[in-house]
Design a protein around this ligand. Structure first.
Ligand SMILES: [Zn+2]
Length: 102
């Protein structure tokens, strides 16, 4: 009787372990699929690099497409408002695709 009970417990535990392994496998493969999908989306989305140039007096800001040699802190011309130096303060990427849902 006692050995039967232990045997039954082992079977139950085996079932639980198999189920847990299956769940882990599903979760892991699901995450892998999602990651692949994300990577594909990023690769498919064309990106545009934007440079933001701000006047040192913070009264004027322009944005234009990134040009080779742009770096944060680079002096880029004169402010049309106060004549002070314009400095690149941000370089970032945006997706080119126009969002229609917003
Ligand atoms: Zn200015």
């Amino acid at each position: 009787m006692i050995s039967m009970q232990i045997g039954g417990d082992v079977f139950t535990w085996l079932l639980i372990i198999v189920l847990v392994i299956m769940i882990i496998y599903m979760v892991v493969s699901g995450i892998g699929y999602m990651r692949k999908k994300d990577r594909a989306t990023i690769e498919d989305t064309p990106l545009k690099v934007i440079t933001t140039i701000t006047c040192i007096n913070k009264d004027y800001t322009i944005e234009r497409e990134f040009r080779e040699g742009d770096f944060i802190g680079k002096i880029e011309g004169q402010c049309p408002k106060c004549g002070s130096s314009m400095v690149i303060d941000k370089i970032y990427t945006i997706p080119i695709t126009i969002r229609k849902r917003e």
